[in-house]
Design a protein around this ligand. Sequence first.
Ligand SMILES: NC(=O)c1ccc[n+]([C@@H]2O[C@H](COP(=O)([O-])OP(=O)(O)OC[C@H]3O[C@@H](n4cnc5c(N)ncnc54)[C@H](O)[C@@H]3O)[C@@H](O)[C@H]2O)c1
Length: 373
Amino acid sequence: MKTIRIGIIGGGLMGREMASAFARWCALTDVTVRPVLTAVADLNPATLAWFDAIPSCTQKTTDYHQLLANPEVDVVYVAVPHNLHEKLYCDVLAAGKDLFAEKPFGIDLASARRILDAVRKSGRFVRCSSEMPFFPGAQRAFELARAGSFGRVLEVVSGFHHSSDLDPTKAANWKRLNALCGEGGVLNDLGMHACHIPLRLGWRPSRLFAQLQKGYPQRPDGKGGLTNCDTWDNAMVHSWIRVGDHDVPMRLEMKRLAPGATNSWFIEILGTDGGVRYSTADTKALWLFERGKEQFWKRTDLGFGTPFKTVTGGIFEPGFADVIQQMWAAYLMEREGQLNGRFGCATPEEALATHEIFAAALQSQANGSVVSL
Ligand SMILES: NC(=O)c1ccc[n+]([C@@H]2O[C@H](COP(=O)([O-])OP(=O)(O)OC[C@H]3O[C@@H](n4cnc5c(N)ncnc54)[C@H](O)[C@@H]3O)[C@@H](O)[C@H]2O)c1
């Protein structure tokens, strides 16, 4: 296998998730590349110490510029708060490295436009992290929709729910502050998850109406006091998309206040002849609608039908860590020109398209109006 040397900037929640995916790369059986973590940069020395467990990671620095100057780094993955995306992504490109970076790819639409501009000028291979479509159920929904299996599409629902903001005692972090998360709040946080498959199918809203809600205005600051939280926590975006010759309603749901939900990604596509429902809340269950003399919703238990084959038994169930690894396989294999028709990671253009949706949703909320894109 060809070795690709990776540097991580931001070793928090996602930085460590990615490092763990590299550590069990031997699970993959049909890839020609192998990521090796060589460097990590994070402001927090305690976070850097976690990477002591990875022997290949020889550079640990609090200054990301040192990582960018390291010739032993081919690809840089960046997972930092949204207010830093534009600066860091552009610095990575200016250093002549390929980039895999977290959504939402800039704190707002203007920032996303400048990032896309820098990506195009750089000529580097760049993709945006979005792992949920790599679940086997999501792949099946995508392939069925792409093949036009549902007859005339009647409606689409795509979303991501969790409920961790329901707990008022949970300390605030940067994701609850507009200055760091962006004015889009939950749209910036969860929007790419809801938009990735629709956008890949060419289902871009032409008009939308948004309902946004805030959560608790104050939370513990983790130091004994309280801090103000000003981000939108829930977003419902009611839109029109064009599928074939028809205008079709599509609802995008992004919620951090969804009672009982923990990281539930879901999609539902209903048509005149068929339909599909899939949610990671019931990871294995794929529901398919069939219209015949009678109408049926059929359920099947999916196994480990991931795009990139693994040693994992075919009937075993996949999880978050698996789809993160699948997403990396897609990034690295596409970089080698070996995706071979498999599902590719979100593109910078798709990331920009999500920001166009978020900006329209904010405008809709502010004016109580339907906004054309
Ligand atoms: N794909 C997903 O499922 C998913 C899930 C969660 C978060 N995210 C995205 O990942 C990104 C990071 O989120 P997170 O949850 O990992 O955040 P986090 O707060 O857990 O980690 C961010 C890390 O960045 C570090 N950092 C901040 N400024 C830095 C700088 N100048 N140089 C180096 N390191 C710096 C912090 O010390 C921290 O360790 C965001 O864009 C977020 O939207 C994606």
